[in-house]
Design a protein around this ligand. Structure first.
Ligand SMILES: NC(=O)c1ccc[n+]([C@@H]2O[C@H](COP(=O)([O-])OP(=O)(O)OC[C@H]3O[C@@H](n4cnc5c(N)ncnc54)[C@H](OP(=O)(O)O)[C@@H]3O)[C@@H](O)[C@H]2O)c1
Length: 335
């Protein structure tokens, strides 16, 4: 089989790190390279990539289209897992990828299923990128993954899962009944590896998930498996909507403010997942997504219970470990 040369943007990040692992599990199919911005080449995480045998291509994606296209020479599949706040930085890359003859571009999707058009600012920023892709006839696949298990579990009174909590979670939103597609972050890359060698996913959207659970079900599983009783703060739908409106106004007043954008992103997720109930397999099918469970019936993603077992055994990893508390995370990105 001819190997595909895959260039991955974001290999040092959470989503990109998972994608890298998934691709490296299948070296018969892929030659994997990492796209690293020049300012980051000295980072220890980048040196780790080299130690794992990953070739580094370092260039500025904001450079001239000609230069970026030259830097993409020989790339079959270009995958972007750029951070949530930097989606529009991909626009230049799209034009360059078309010029370079990239055979498949996977723009940075990797979020929940949500329609474009005013529901979620993050989704609308991604849409701008997708529209340019389609305008240029660049072959593409858009992959969404639901919400990570790693940021969907509640804290426990004993504090035994605090080591893996990005943000303390004790809230139940809009009565906790809305089902949501959820995925173990560790499986994102394994899904991507299957999808990018599959001709059926060309110029399509694919929805991936390990489980579909409501918050009530998540809390129940966490209580049953831990033997602990978890307190719940109920946040009504009206409050979610009002808070979201408040942050949207603050962002409108200062559109360049990173923190305002970050808070809008968090509130939009709550509104979409729990008030609108967008992130379900049925809605994904309605929007035209292929379902990864149907495409790959032999692939068994980790269940939420599998993840909870690892979490309770002390074997889960906290996302963004270098950033500590989520407030520090937001502040660091704002710098
Ligand atoms: N489904 C979910 O539950 C969920 C949760 C979180 C995030 N996401 C989504 O996943 C996607 C990726 O987010 P993430 O949080 O995984 O990202 P992340 O951990 O913040 O990593 C971002 C990566 O992008 C790289 N990068 C940023 N700007 C770059 C540039 N100009 N040139 C080259 N590389 C650049 C960073 O490299 P450096 O090392 O140079 O900084 C880093 O490797 C986003 O769309 C986000 O919305 C989904």
């Amino acid at each position: 089989m001819v190997k595909q040369r895959v260039l991955l943007l974001g290999a040092t990040g959470e989503t990109g790190g998972s994608i890298l692992n998934g691709l490296l599990e299948d070296t018969d199919s892929f030659d994997v390279e990492a796209l690293v911005r020049p300012a980051s080449t000295g980072k220890p995480q980048v040196q780790e990539l080299s130690k794992r045998g990953v070739k580094i291509r370092s260039f500025d994606i904001g450079g001239s289209v000609d230069d970026v296209a030259k830097s993409l020479t020989g790339v079959d599949v270009l995958i972007s897992a750029i951070d949530a706040m930097s989606q529009l930085a991909q626009l230049n890359l799209v034009t360059a990828a078309k010029q370079a003859g990239v055979k498949r571009f996977v723009p940075c999707g990797f979020i929940t299923v949500v329609p474009p058009g005013g529901v979620m600012l993050l989704r609308d920023n991604k849409e701008e990128v997708y529209q340019l892709v389609r305008k240029l006839h660049l072959p593409y696949t858009i992959i969404d993954v639901g919400y990570w298990y790693q940021i969907s579990f509640p804290g426990l009174p004993s504090g035994r899962v605090d080591y893996a909590l990005v943000k303390p979670l004790d809230e139940i939103h809009a009565e906790g009944t809305a089902p949501n597609m959820l995925t173990d972050l560790r499986d994102v890359g394994r899904f991507v590896a299957l999808i990018i060698k599959d001709p059926r996913s060309m110029n399509k959207y694919v929805a991936c998930y390990g489980d579909v659970l409501s918050e009530n079900e998540i809390f129940k599983i966490a209580e049953e498996m831990s033997g602990e009783v978890i307190s719940r703060k109920y946040v009504p739908a009206s409050e979610i909507t009002a808070t979201r409106d408040q942050y949207a106004s603050a962002f409108k007043a200062s559109p360049g403010d990173f923190m305002a954008q970050f808070m809008v992103t968090i509130q939009d997720y709550l509104y979409s997942k729990y008030v609108r109930g967008d992130n379900t397999p049925a809605y994904a099918a309605y929007l035209g997504y292929l379902d990864a469970k149907e495409l790959y019936p032999d692939f068994r993603p980790r269940s939420f219970k599998d993840f909870m077992g690892d979490l309770l055994d002390g074997k889960a990893a906290k996302p963004y470990p270098h950033l500590g508390d989520w407030r520090d995370f937001a502040a660091s990105k704002a710098e």
